[in-house]
Design a protein around this ligand. Structure first.
Ligand code: FAD
Ligand code: SIN
Length: 528
């Protein structure tokens, strides 16, 4: 049994920046960070475009950034959250720079600011087209400077511990506390108990509930699944952001992203036969917000029957392009496309989860002593659709706030030591080791197919009802497997993905208005 004061689940920007802040505020606290894979294997590491933050106050302003965020969120943002993130953003970014992050500068020595869809000004601070990797590198180096932070990789959290696990403790669903987690030590194949006064959920997104995703394979919505099973409040799951331009490939797994900043730089979308089409959908054309561009592409693909559209970079300034987007150029080249000479195939792919675990302005969830930060949360910042490059900033701002709340909670010391002492070990007696993963991988593929065909960019009442029925069947099969098997990461991920699919489907059925990233074609008909 491990017993840190603070347990962090996730080693992306949310978990790492929070851990550094807690360590700075109180170097006496023992902090343990868990990641289920290699430390850098997370959405953060793949972020390309950058961080949207107001730095050039001669042209830009907080009010403009707030307005752009509210417009993208289509009337469903929490305005207080928007103001907090936008106004506290510059301070959080400058701390990251102090910790060693390098961002591109112009000749005058100011940040070189990129443009992305939905922004009224150039405000995206970036490091070439690999901003996330630079931030992750900085944060992994920063935690090493704190001897009180320990990072355990390849530790897969399978459940958070609440009263539900405690023998002889009455269970009151309105008064639940978190006592730590059970985690599978993947390399040693043992399940360990980790008790902590405060647990932070920072487990990122859920892109792989769909077949095509820009997310790395670790993005299976585990934290939301864990929190949902522990009865935490979860909302906004119907608002899935599809990125318009992932590099088209029929290989399964993660699709390579062609950053929105490439369209910000002037690239144009075309049908497979070479016709421009964005002018038919929005006067901002390629720089309309993501939901609009993704839906336009989806509609063109349905009209033509093609499985992708094309992105045209042939007219762009080659020297400047190579300065800004070397990674994208090289990746396309390695796939056989010289983007200065030919069109590249692109397709929308699931990219970002706007909803998640409900938190207040300090990262507190509805479960006592469980905080949450980053893509797994719903702070209200994004509403129905996230403005490009707002999520890295959100993680920094709420990571800082949750660290402050952690220190307050630890000072207050309102922890139930008797319950902590009674936490039992995970019991797998009588369970069998699954001999092969064929059933698990079949069920995962079936779930992804249902979500991709029926609960995607365009939904309908009938499709959602059918998806609900099919998801329930998959849930029953997964429960049967779970009840008899020794847990594996694959089965745990599947369990979480089924929970995620359930939340997306049921919250989509409850959503009675088309807003932002959510579009049900039947609701449009009812309006007419
Ligand atoms: P992540 O960085 O995904 O970290 C999740 C962590 O949780 C990982 O360490 C993982 O191992 C751990 N974890 C998960 N489940 C478990 C478990 N069961 N047990 C133990 N550990 C677990 N946003 C922007 O603002 N600007 C951009 O330019 C941008 N570009 C993007 C490009 C791509 C290709 C992608 C995929 C996303 C992009 N985003 C961008 C979104 C942004 O990167 C993410 O929202 C953000 O990085 C999420 O950070 P996080 O710390 O919440 O989660
Ligand atoms: C991109 O670079 O297009 C991704 C930006 C984001 O998701 O915020």
């Amino acid at each position: 049994m491990l017993h840190p004061d603070v347990l962090v689940i996730g080693s992306g920007i949310a978990g790492l920046s929070y851990a550094v802040k807690v360590a700075q505020l109180n170097p006496e606290l023992k902090i343990t960070i868990l990641s289920k894979s290699e430390p850098q294997e997370c959405n953060t590491n793949y972020a390309q475009g950058g961080v949207a933050v107001v730095t050039d106050f001669t042209k830009d302003s907080f009010e403009k950034h707030i307005k752009d965020t509210l417009i993208a969120g289509d009337g469903l943002c929490n305005e207080e959250s928007v103001r907090i993130v936008v106004e506290e953003g510059p301070q959080r970014l400058s701390e990251l720079v102090k910790w060693g992050a390098d961002f591109d500068k112009n000749e005058a020595g100011n940040f070189d600011l990129g443009m992305e869809g939905g922004h009224s000004e150039n405000r995206v601070v970036h490091y070439k087209d690999v901003t996330g990797a630079e931030m992750e590198r900085t944060l992994l180096a920063a935690i090493k400077k704190h001897p009180n932070i320990e990072l355990l990789t390849h530790h897969f959290v399978i459940d958070i511990i609440t009263e539900h696990h405690l023998p002889d403790v009455p269970y009151d669903k309105n008064n639940i506390s978190c006592y730590g987690v059970y985690a599978l030590d993947i390399k040693n194949n043992t399940i360990i108990t980790i008790q902590a006064d405060i647990t932070l959920m920072a487990t990122g997104g859920a892109g792989h509930v769909y077949r095509n995703s820009t997310n790395p394979l670790v993005a299976t919505g585990d934290g939301i699944g864990l929190a949902y099973r522990a009865k935490a409040k979860i909302s906004g799951m119907q608002f899935i952001q599809f990125h318009p331009t992932a590099f088209y490939s029929n290989r399964p797994g993660q699709l390579f992203l062609i950053s929105e900043a490439v369209r910000g730089f002037g690239a144009k979308l075309r049908t497979k036969s070479g016709e421009p089409f964005m002018h038919k959908y929005d006067k901002r054309e390629e720089l309309a917000s993501r939901d609009i561009v993704a839906r336009a592409i989806d509609s063109e693909m349905k009209i033509s029957g093609d499985d992708h559209v094309m992105l045209d970079c042939r007219e762009l300034d080659q020297e400047k392009f190579m300065e800004h987007f070397p990674n994208i150029y090289n990746k396309c080249k390695s796939e056989g496309y010289d983007l200065f000479k030919e069109l590249i195939p692109v397709v929308p792919a699931s990219h970002y989860l706007c909803g998640g675990i409900d938190v207040d302005q300090m990262g507190q969830t509805s479960i006592k002593n469980l905080l949450a930060v980053g893509e797994c949360t719903n702070t209200g910042l994004h509403g129905a659709n996230r403005l490009a490059s707002n999520s890295l900033l959100e993680a920094l701002v709420y990571g800082h706030r949750a660290a402050e709340r952690t220190i307050e909670l630890i000072k207050k010391g309102d922890f139930n030591r008797q319950n902590q002492d009674n936490v039992p070990h995970w019991n797998q007696d009588g369970m069998k080791m699954a001999e092969e993963m064929v059933l698990v991988s079949l069920l995962r593929k079936e779930l992804q197919t249902i979500m991709s065909e029926l609960v995607s960019i365009v939904r309908s009442n009938q499709w959602l009802e059918l998806a609900k029925k099919r998801e329930q069947e998959i849930y029953d099969s997964v429960q049967e497997l779970y009840n008899m098997s020794i847990l594996s990461p694959q089965l745990s991920e599947l369990r979480n993905l089924v929970n995620i699919a359930h939340l997306i489907i049921t919250q989509s059925i409850e959503q009675k208005e088309n807003r932002g990233a959510f579009y049900n074609k039947d609701l449009d008909k009812e309006k007419k």
